[in-house]
Design a protein around this ligand. Structure first.
Ligand SMILES: [Cu+2]
Length: 163
């Protein structure tokens, strides 16, 4: 009787091999985005997106615009501390030094999606495109994870300090 082994084998295979790493590059391969994910939104309407951007080129580039399907706008936010309170501030562009990886991570720089048509929940996938000063474009696909707590705290404190 072999059948009962099958689910076990499948489970073992699923555990043993990591998910294929999602990577997207500009057409010329100079810019590469990986490790993209979004934090599930508790309050609705907003979500934070994180990723790693590698600039393989010999020249600096700059991330200037992000468009995400279903989001009214997407802003680059820098997180910091002011008077002991964690705050976030939008910046117009994100520099990408030559031959370096720039990481957007929870608690640090992130992309803030505003006016979302639908509240993203864990398991969703957000799609969009990143545009750079050089004219390059890289497509974005960010899986939504239930990692909201930190960003919700950050945004709540920003809202409070704003008024
Ligand atoms: Cu933010």
């Amino acid at each position: 009787m072999r059948l009962p082994c099958l689910p076990l084998l499948l489970a073992a295979a699923a555990c043993g091999s990591p998910e294929p790493r999602w990577v997207s590059t500009s057409r010329d391969g100079v810019l590469e985005i990986s490790e993209a994910f979004a934090g599930e939104s508790v309050t609705g309407g907003t979500a934070a997106v994180y990723f790693a951007l590698r600039n393989r080129g010999a020249v600096d580039d700059t991330l200037e615009a992000i468009v995400v399907e279903g989001a009214g706008s997407a802003l680059i936010h820098e997180a910091g501390e002011r008077d002991g309170i964690r705050v976030m501030a939008p910046v117009s562009a994100l520099p990408l030094p030559a031959d370096q990886v720039t990481r957007l991570v929870p608690g640090g720089t992130h992309v803030m999606l505003l006016d979302l048509a639908r509240r993203p929940v864990a398991g969703d996938s957000l799609r969009g495109v990143l545009r750079f000063r050089s004219g390059r474009e890289v497509s974005l696909r960010a899986e939504v994870h239930g990692l909201t707590e930190l960003e919700d705290i950050l945004h709540e404190s920003t809202r409070r300090s704003a008024g």
